[in-house]
Ligand binder design. Structure first.
Ligand code: PEP
Ligand code: MN
Length: 338
């Protein structure tokens, strides 16, 4: 349930309304937009005397929220959330943020070379997997802690903040200390224990859409994180499993405007895992920006043919540089910059 309040509602009225809600064991979430204040109410709201609440002079309306996600929903939080990474990088405002780097960190030379090149082309953050979720247990599983150390070295050398995937709750403290954005991968989108634990951190979380998850399930995963207190979530559409097998996954472009309608959280797109093919990264990146995405996460490798993971979908630093130039025009066309 949400209670919409006039912008100039008195503090006393807010306190009285909140005390009624809290006496009834409701969870109360307060937000405001340019035109109104909103009190979101979570719990068995059927027991609340709605007429009494409507009787307060500062109350505009009381509405039911039928969606199961509350904190992640736009009804509870009408304004867009902007996730601040540092003084210069925010995700969800007018500037489109590009995260780039290899699928996996392979060695020092590779990660530093890629980091330097993507930075000079305009990437804002460096990606690179240290712990890799692989379909086969015999495939390269990532350099793990050594990979994290190499990411830190690349950050020291270039100043680029780092994004990498957390797979186990055992590594949370280490990631909290060393990583700037913690990625929860598609395969772990419904690992509720992991979601609840990262929900206790004060750290941005990149929440990838599950391989076969609906938008509602994805927003419920965000709700798990938010229910523990962490509201710094960036959603990432990375393609879903469909009957089509010409591409690795099917990029669900319609998810972008839909998320913007249903949620206040920023959404970025991963064209690399969606397509699984290097030459398709360019058109899908352009389409994502045209559809309103707040950013992109792109796999870039200095030698895609020799990559230990996802070489087929990785673009070269030269192709990335050209792509960044091309994206400027698309961003401009939708009133944004990159
Ligand atoms: C990745 O970004 O390296 C990755 C494994 O992505 P996803 O979880 O979307 O498959
Ligand atoms: Mn990959």
């Amino acid at each position: 349930m949400i209670i919409k309040l006039k912008k100039d509602v008195s503090e006393d009225e807010i306190l009285e309304i909140k005390s009624i809600l809290e006496e009834n064991k409701m969870i109360v979430v307060e937000n405001e937009s340019k035109s109104e204040k909103v009190i979101g109410v979570i719990g068995n709201t059927k027991i609340i005397d709605i007429d009494k609440i409507k009787g307060y002079s500062g109350v505009i309306d009381v509405c039911d929220v039928k969606e199961p996600y509350k904190r992640a929903g736009r009804k509870f939080h009408p304004e867009n959330t902007i996730v601040k990474i540092d003084e210069n990088i925010c995700i969800g405002d007018n500037k489109i943020i590009v995260i780039a780097g290899p699928c996996s960190v392979e060695n020092e030379e590779q990660i530093i070379e890629v980091a330097q090149k993507v930075k000079s082309s305009g990437a804002s953050l460096l990606r690179g997997g240290a712990f890799k979720p692989r379909t086969s247990p015999y495939a390269f599983q990532g350099l793990k802690y050594e990979g994290l150390e190499l990411l830190k070295k690349a950050k020291e050398k270039t100043g680029l903040k780092i994004v990498t995937e957390l797979m186990s709750t055992d590594d949370i403290e280490r990631f909290e200390k060393d990583v700037d954005i913690i990625q929860i991968g598609a395969r772990n989108m419904q690992n509720f224990d992991l979601l609840k634990k990262v929900g206790k951190l004060n750290k941005p979380i990149l929440l990838k859409r599950g391989i076969a998850s609906t938008i509602e399930e994805w927003l419920m995963a965000a709700e798990y994180i938010m229910s523990e207190g962490n509201e710094n979530i960036i959603l990432c559409e990375r393609g879903i499993r469909t009957y089509e097998n010409a591409t690795r996954n099917t990029l669900d472009l319609s998810a972008i405007p839909m998320i913007k309608k249903l949620s206040h959280l920023p959404v970025i797109v991963d064209p690399s895992h969606a397509a699984g093919i290097d030459w398709m990264v360019e058109p899908l990146s352009k389409a994502a920006i045209a559809c309103g995405a707040d950013g992109l996460i792109i796999e870039v490798h200095n030698n895609p043919q020799k990559a230990l993971c996802d070489g087929k979908q990785s673009i070269t630093p030269e192709a990335f540089d050209k792509l960044m130039n091309d994206l400027e025009l698309v961003a401009k066309a939708v009133g944004r910059n990159i």
